[in-house]
Design a protein around this ligand. Structure first.
Ligand code: IPE
Ligand code: IPE
Ligand code: MG
Length: 249
């Protein structure tokens, strides 16, 4: 199906606010062509641009990309170093482009544990784009749901200890306010490439009612069309939130 056809099938009045993506399969994609895994990471940058364009063109306001998990530190040192460098280059190099397109950069995850130069570049890019409004691009970096929830529980425990709140005042809103994602709506759509059917420690709280899409392509193959197909299919799914079909119709 042509890209125009897919776009025409999207109901522009029911576009999701937030799409989250697990960008997976860079290494396998490169290796399938006899190349080094790092070539896959490098090529994945173009797919990031595609995902951003796809969101902007249909009016999605938040795009969260899983770029580096708390578990990814366990990869060979050369690969971790390559990813950190790529990150700095991509961020520093793309800032003018982000500004031109009115894109605000945000992050979730323990970015203070990244190498100093990566951290500084990120902070600068976030500051420079803070006024932008068309799209909020959230990079999940050194992100893990279990780490996020652990830290939230510690922080809530501290608030109780200091007397700021009482234990029976803890509710879902209170927990959500202690997560990295406190300023963003929950994603309605989660897409993972590379045909792996798992969420790998990504946004477990926030994805509680998201519609999940697992695509049989590697991340460097991802194009706007794929994102739009997910949005179109999302609009055809019946989201019941625990109710019966009759109730929601
Ligand atoms: C996703 O691709 C990028 C990161 C996790 C940083 P992978 O590097 O996981 O590629 P595969 O899944 O091993 O093919
Ligand atoms: C998830 O992909 C993390 C990112 C895409 C950044 P992984 O490739 O690390 O996940 P697993 O190990 O296959 O679960
Ligand atoms: Mg992977």
């Amino acid at each position: 199906m042509s890209i125009e056809m897919i776009a025409s099938e999207i109901d522009k009045t029911k576009v999701p606010q937030h799409i989250a993506i697990i960008m997976d399969g860079n290494g396998r994609w490169a290796q399938s062509q006899g190349k080094d895994r790092t070539f896959g990471h490098q090529s994945g940058v173009e797919s990031v641009r595609e995902a951003i364009k796809g969101c902007m063109e249909i009016g999605v306001k938040y795009l969260t990309l899983y770029a580096f998990s708390t578990e990814n530190w366990n990869r060979p040192k050369e690969e971790v170093d390559f990813l950190m460098n790529l990150l700095v280059e991509a961020i520093a190099g793309e800032t003018p482009e982000l500004l031109k397109n009115d894109i605000r950069l945000e992050t979730i995850g323990a970015i203070d544990e990244l190498p100093e130069s990566s951290f500084q570049h990120l902070m600068q890019a976030k500051k420079d784009t803070a006024h932008c409004q068309s799209l909020t691009l959230v990079l999940a970096l050194n992100y893990g749901s279990k780490k996020e929830l652990t830290q939230a529980m510690k922080s809530i425990a501290e608030s109780i200890k200091s007397g700021a709140i009482k234990a029976d005042e803890i509710d879902e809103k209170c927990i959500a306010k202690h997560l990295y994602t406190r300023d963003f709506p929950d994603p309605e759509i989660m897409i993972r490439t590379s045909n792996e059917m798992r969420i790998s420690n990504f946004l477990t709280w926030q994805l509680a009612y998201a519609e999940l899409f697992f695509l049989p392509i590697f991340w460097p193959e991802f194009k706007r069309d794929h994102l739009w197909e997910c949005v179109r299919d999302f609009q055809q799914r019946e989201r019941r939130f625990g109710k019966t079909s009759a109730q929601v119709n």
